[in-house]
Design a protein around this ligand. Structure first.
Ligand SMILES: [Zn+2]
Length: 102
């Protein structure tokens, strides 16, 4: 890996989390990086990290989180956390505030 934006030990420092809302079965994925938690949307190929913003959006390449997401998923290497639907909007607000650092 020669990309300087991606630390070599990235993979070992990541924990993928599935936030699963019932009964609607809505899913939100987050991945914990070195300093931040990022919001991943695999269906939209979206990630809230800087790499995504600068590189993926301009069509260059997927960010590391989106790349390793599939690996983690295949290995069932993630935590599944159940929430109720009433918690959904509150969770989303917290997540967005976190990402935008409001
Ligand atoms: Zn990312």
């Amino acid at each position: 890996m020669s990309n300087s934006l991606v630390p070599n030990d990235l993979e070992s420092n990541h924990i993928l989390k599935l936030h699963y809302f019932v009964p609607s079965e809505r899913k939100l994925w987050t991945i914990i990086g070195k300093n931040n938690e990022y919001w991943l949307d695999p269906e939209l190929d979206y990630c809230s990290c800087k790499h995504y913003y600068y590189k993926t959006l301009s069509g260059k390449e997927k960010c590391q989180h989106l790349k390793i997401f599939n690996e983690f998923l295949k290995k069932n290497n993630y935590d599944k956390i159940k929430f109720s639907d009433e918690e959904y909007s509150g969770f989303l607000i917290t997540l967005i505030k976190d990402i935008l650092r409001i």
